[in-house]
Design a protein around this ligand. Structure first.
Ligand code: B12
Ligand code: SF4
Length: 359
């Protein structure tokens, strides 16, 4: 086992940041492996049942803020940021065209989980080669309070929409971490909240999911409703979802700090199959095989075909009436299961009572 001196560790921390940049990360920061303040926020959030059906959030609560329990020996968390905003059709254009499908920007290209984990593992191997130690890489799905650790490591501040925001880069980025037992020097939090009196995200959230500054009731969030929720979407929320069929970006689109966001350099995040500019009806008419083929390697595949039909049916129900929409809804009835059918029925009722787009 190599025992590095403080000078070695300073140099190593700088080296990690340089390696991180070479691997495509926009920012790397190092924090202690404790986060009592965020653990408390998480406890309050769970107590209010804002997590809805995401049982995994409650089951593994204790692990989220105590990295040592998840990966014994951890004393530092290395947080990394990877920008994902792709070039593509303007969000406003799609959101303002109710016959089109809005898919959140993070899901238009390749699934980020594997890409980030692979790069973090490469970074961990480099650290191991010079300093030894034990390391483990995480992204998103592990019980880790990612935004809390990233804030502590100086990657940004948590905004009223609960996104981690960076004053030079906005919030269109993913986070990932390496847990390590190497006693690296710590980066101080660099940014305190810059939201000021702005409440654009609270006011513009289509479903009123940001119930108070910093508090998202996931049960109302369109991202939860279209991605996490396995069952029926509550009927009162469906009209508020508009054409957002996979995730939602509104609280980032209205955030003034996102004028500083730069498009990603990752070609893997470029839109596939014109998902940034497609008609609801054409996506709804995909067969299950087309769904599987067209979403291979994408985060969208995780929801499966039936929830895909469910979400698109809600979008079509919210679109202006058209013969094509009604025919599409009827034609997919045969392949829809009970849950998706119930949404198709709802959409048909809405289509029959909506003003028509054209004769
Ligand atoms: C569960 C989850 C969701 C849920 C719940 C969202 C939520 N706000 O918790 C749902 C499905 C709704 C969701 C949606 C989205 N998510 Co999500 N999600 C997660 C996940 C897995 C856990 C988040 C969590 O711990 N929630 C628990 C609550 C308590 O945490 P929180 O809301 O973040 O609250 C923190 C702060 O607000 C603060 N806090 C709370 N109260 C208060 C009060 C005060 C006064 C203060 C100062 C602070 C404070 O402490 C809390 C704990 O750190 C993380 C990955 C991970 N492992 O961390 C990704 C993650 C947070 N999601 C991410 C993304 C990209 C999204 C979406 C943009 C996707 C989309 N386009 O549809 C939306 C954004 C919605 C939103 N405004 O949050 C990114 C965020 C990157 C960033 N820049 O912040 C993450 C980090 C995934 C990743 N690896 O990149 N998500
Ligand atoms: S992602 Fe959409 S629904 Fe969820 S909190 Fe943000 S604006 Fe509201």
């Amino acid at each position: 086992m190599i025992t590095p001196t403080p000078t070695d560790l300073e140099a190593l921390a700088q080296q990690i940041k340089d390696w991180g940049r070479d691997l495509g990360f926009a920012h790397i920061g190092i924090s202690p492996a404790t986060n009592a303040a965020h653990a408390e926020h998480l406890r309050n959030w769970l107590a209010k049942e804002y997590h809805g059906e995401m049982a995994y959030m409650a089951e593994r609560e204790g692990l989220r803020a105590t990295p040592d329990d998840l990966h014994p020996g951890t004393i530092r968390v290395i947080s990394a940021r990877l920008d994902y905003l792709p070039d593509g059709e303007s969000c406003d254009t799609i959101l303002n065209t109710p016959s089109k499908a809005y898919i959140s920007r993070y899901a238009l290209g390749r699934d980020y989980h594997k890409l980030i984990r692979k790069r973090l593992s490469q970074l961990a191997e480099k650290i191991s080669a010079v300093a030894g130690g034990s390391h483990r890489a995480f992204v998103d799905s592990a019980p880790v309070l990612e935004r809390g650790f990233a804030e502590q490591a100086g990657l940004g501040w948590i905004g009223k929409n609960s996104m981690l925001i960076n004053s030079k880069a906005g919030s269109w980025f993913f986070l990932g971490e390496i847990y390590t037992d190497v006693p690296l020097p710590i980066d101080p939090p660099q940014e305190t909240g810059h939201c000021g009196s702005c409440r654009a995200c609270l006011d513009d959230c289509p479903t009123g999911a940001i119930v108070a500054p910093y508090q998202v009731d996931a049960r109302r969030c369109i991202s939860y409703l279209t991605i996490e929720l396995k069952d029926s979407i509550p009927e009162d929320l469906r009209p508020l979802m508009g054409n957002r069929v996979f995730g939602c970006d509104d609280c980032q689109l209205v955030c003034p700090w996102n004028k500083f966001a730069q498009p990603t350099k990752e070609t893997d995040f470029s839109p596939r199959h014109q998902l940034d500019n497609s008609e609801l009806v054409s996506l709804f008419l995909w067969s299950e095989q087309e769904f599987l083929d067209n979403t291979a390697g994408s985060a969208i595949r995780r929801i499966g075909y039936q929830r895909w039909l469910r979400n698109l049916a809600v979008g079509i129900g919210n679109a202006p009436a058209s013969t094509a929409a009604i025919q599409a809804l009827k034609s997919q009835y045969a392949v829809a299961g009970d849950m998706a059918r119930e949404h198709i029925d709802w959409a048909l009722t809405k289509q029959h009572s909506a003003p028509s787009r054209h004769a």
